[in-house]
Design a protein around this ligand. Structure first.
Ligand code: ACO
Length: 430
């Protein structure tokens, strides 16, 4: 990675040589680690728009071309030919598994899907109307209390057990959060179902009626999991890495990632996008909302549009759009009003000069909500589904960081613009 190339920074007549690091692909990186020591200055980059926070071998994004690869494999190929648990193996271990490895991995995940029975009581401490994301942040954080035997981050075996437990139990926890919020009994996982069918079963079956997950819907669900599995150093992944850099246990780190994902600028956008479509309500009201989105004085944004990295079509959105068409076709949902609004909004935004010039394309969240809603999920479950899908990415990135000998606690600095030093004045003299 290191190269002989360097950049020279001249400050107050003094020159500092900064090595240039060469990635496999993508922009070169100026290594500023020694800058403060040599020149007594920091760099300033709020929102990390120009900063690589780590090196990683897991996921690559070319935002200008609209490309996303997991371990070198394009997302379109994985979404079409692979399935979620194979993608999990790839993300965690770096290579596609052979048949034996895949069978063993699927077995390990399948046999960890149940949660500690006492967790049921833990759920009951939440209000019934709690948002499932609120419940998930709490329950996943509490996993470190229930699975204390896999919290020693210095032990590679415990790290591995924690990884499998998280991938296996997150669908169970998300489904439990949902069932709890609608006042239905929890449904135990079933080992004879595949990962996606099992999740659908835990969400939609009730003891009184037999439920058989539709294989085509399970396939669409699995594809949603695959498309969300990892996405490089986004806000929630960086949160997981930062939490993990202090030595916090994996369950605490993933709970931190879930909390970060919840925000509407990140994973919460899928809920916000569908709610926006419902709020617009009819095609004739679209111009009003487009006008608001362009108005600098109005905080309104078109949810599900734009991306920090993609300045071209989000490749996940392309696959998701195809999936949406298939699912709606399968369920016989023709143009309902929300769908009409979505299609028209997409068309207008893709032609509108404001959106075109700022390269604001529909992102994955714009289409995922349409599919999930058609499947019968309420909007409050959209982000929990994103969270369970992304858990493998978070854990793969966390494991990569812990195993990296260069790992040190993340500790950004600041540009202080507060008051200078001043003397304390007693309250009666102020
Ligand atoms: N609607 C209207 N205008 C927008 C939108 C939008 N959705 N997104 C960006 N803009 C405008 C901004 O006002 C800004 O305009 P300016 O240059 O005239 O000031 C310009 O485009 C750049 O926007 P930034 O906020 O600087 O871009 P940033 O990279 O920081 O933000 C983000 C990216 C957060 C995704 C943003 O596009 C957004 O808020 N989108 C809506 C929420 C959303 O869909 N989030 C999901 C992201 S994908 C994911 O997490 C899976």
């Amino acid at each position: 990675m290191a190269d002989t190339k360097s950049a020279t920074l001249t400050l107050d007549g003094k020159s500092v040589d900064l090595p240039i690091l060469k990635p496999t692909i993508g922009p070169e990186v100026v290594d500023i680690r020694k800058l403060y020591g040599q020149a007594d200055v920091f760099t300033y980059d709020p929102g990390f728009t120009s900063t690589a926070s780590c090196d990683s071998t897991i996921t690559f994004i070319d935002g200008d071309k609209g490309e996303l690869w997991y371990r070198g494999y394009p997302i379109e190929q994985l979404a079409k030919n692979s399935h979620y648990l194979e993608v999990c193996y790839l993300l965690l271990y770096g290579e596609l598994p052979d048949e034996g490895q895949l069978e063993d991995f699927e077995n390990r995940v399948t046999h960890h899907t149940m949660v500690h029975e006492q967790m049921n009581n833990f759920f009951r401490g939440f209000r019934r109307d709690a948002h499932p994301m609120a419940t998930m942040v709490g329950v996943v954080g509490a996993m470190s209390a229930f699975y204390h035997d896999s919290t020693d981050i210095a032990d590679p075996w415990q790290r591995e057990v924690a990884a499998i437990r998280l991938i296996a139990k997150l669908p169970t926890i998300a489904a439990m959060a949902y069932k709890y919020s609608i006042g239905q009994p929890f449904v135990y996982p079933q080992n004879d179902l595949d990962y996606a069918s099992n999740f659908l079963n835990m969400c939609f079956s009730v003891p009184a009626t037999k439920y058989t997950p539709d294989p085509a819907l399970a396939r669409a669900m699995d594809r949603i999991f695959t498309l969300h599995a990892d996405h490089e150093q986004n806000a929630s992944t960086s949160t997981v890495r930062l939490a993990g850099s202090s030595g916090a246990n994996p369950f605490a780190c993933i709970a931190a990632g879930i909390a970060c994902l919840w925000g509407p600028a990140h994973g919460g956008a899928n809920q916000a996008a569908l709610e926006m479509l419902q709020q617009i309500g009819s095609v004739d009201r679209i111009p009003e909302y487009i006008k608001r989105a362009k108005d600098k004085d109005d905080p309104f944004r078109l949810m599900g549009f734009g991306h920090r990295v993609y300045k071209n079509f989000d490749p996940r959105a392309k696959v998701m759009k195809e999936s949406a068409d298939e699912v709606l076709d399968l369920l016989g949902i023709e143009n309902n009003e929300t769908l009409k609004v979505a299609k028209e909004l997409e068309k207008i935004a893709l032609e509108d000069d404001y959106f075109v010039s700022k390269k604001l394309y529909p992102n994955v969240d714009f289409y995922s909500g349409i599919i999930l809603s058609a499947m019968g999920f309420p909007t409050s479950m959209f982000t929990p589904i994103f969270a369970l899908s992304r858990t493998v990415g978070w854990i793969a990135q966390w494991k990569e960081m812990i195993a990296d000998p260069q790992n040190k606690i993340g500790r950004p600095r600041q540009l202080y613009v507060g008051s200078g030093k001043r003397d304390y004045i007693t309250v009666s003299d102020r």
